[in-house]
Design a protein around this ligand. Structure first.
Ligand SMILES: [Zn+2]
Ligand SMILES: [Zn+2]
Length: 298
């Protein structure tokens, strides 16, 4: 897990974040994702400065192991001077060694956030789910941590004032907010009540707006006027020359599959898996991966 440096903002990793959500649904299935309907609650990972450092860290690690349902995994937490915030050794198990940066000795309230990410590494390792390259794999880890109910801790560890800033993980605060909002929309959860950091709350609001935009893209009926107008124009174009294909910046694409009727494909707003439906006015589709029912006006 990375540490320090200036805090990056916005949505620079959105494509990989979305691919991570799709990969999670594919690997875990809808039913397993549904078992994570409840997030880690603040009381379970609370850590105050009067708690014993090692016993407290072990207790929080056990709580996260329980949350991710890794029954026989045992985490051994230690502290040392290092450049990274934290690190986990991904061996065969059932014992896994996690090292936390020495600074957590005096920043105990963020130990839960660091462990949420490191224990997710163990979870994904056991699932055999990974992305090639460190950057993408870390984005997958942050996204999975957040989508499965422990990532609000990482966003809440983001704090900024005139003198200093702190952020954990590879996603920007807004991207953590986005994944948290995607999860909140699926499970009808309101994570904003858990934030102790005002900056985390602001980032969540921005992420939520981005997540809502996913649900307002044509051909979904919730699309706004401008989107619908552009869609109608693109559809006319596709019907005219039968050579539509993908247009940059537009999430949908038309496929004139030979002599067959025109079809439109677009990402599912929940899991980002591409859905394909015929172009014939109002269509109700159901995503095969996450089971979201989609009202479309094609
Ligand atoms: Zn990591
Ligand atoms: Zn879906």
């Amino acid at each position: 897990m990375a540490n320090g440096g200036p805090v990056q903002h916005g949505f620079p990793h959105l494509e990989t974040v979305r691919a991570s959500i799709t990969a999670l649904y594919k690997r875990l299935s809808y039913d397993t994702v549904q078992t994570f309907a409840t997030s880690v609650v603040p009381a379970d990972v609370a850590f105050c400065d009067t708690d014993d450092l090692y016993l407290g860290a072990q207790r929080v690690a056990r709580e996260l192991v329980r949350h991710y349902r890794l029954p026989d995994a045992r985490l051994i937490v230690s502290f040392r001077e290092m450049t990274h915030a934290a690190n986990v050794e991904l061996a065969a198990g059932p014992e896994y060694f996690v090292e936390l940066n020495d600074r957590f000795r005096t920043h105990r309230r963020d130990i839960g956030a660091a462990l949420a990410h490191e224990v997710m590494h163990v979870y994904l390792h056991r699932l055999g789910l990974s992305f090639p390259g460190t950057r993408d794999n870390e984005i997958l880890t942050d996204t999975a941590t957040t989508y499965l109910g422990a990532g609000w801790l990482l966003l809440d560890a983001y704090r900024e004032d005139s003198a200093s800033s702190q952020k954990l993980g590879y996603l920007t605060p807004e991207e953590f907010g986005y994944v948290l909002a995607k999860r909140a929309l699926v499970f009808a959860e309101d994570p904003s009540v858990w934030f102790t950091s005002p900056q985390a709350y602001t980032a969540y609001v921005k992420g939520l707006a981005e997540a809502r935009r996913d649900e307002q893209q044509p051909p979904l009926t919730a699309a706004g006027w401008a989107g619908r107008r552009r869609y109608a124009h693109d559809r006319r174009h596709a019907q005219g020359d039968r050579g539509a294909g993908v247009r940059p910046g537009v999430p949908y694409s038309f496929t004139p599959d030979g002599r067959g009727p025109l079809r439109v494909s677009f990402p599912c707003p929940t899991c980002q898996q591409r859905i394909r439906v015929p172009v014939r006015g109002r269509v109700r589709a159901r995503c095969g991966l996450c089971r979201t029912v989609l009202e479309c006006d094609t």
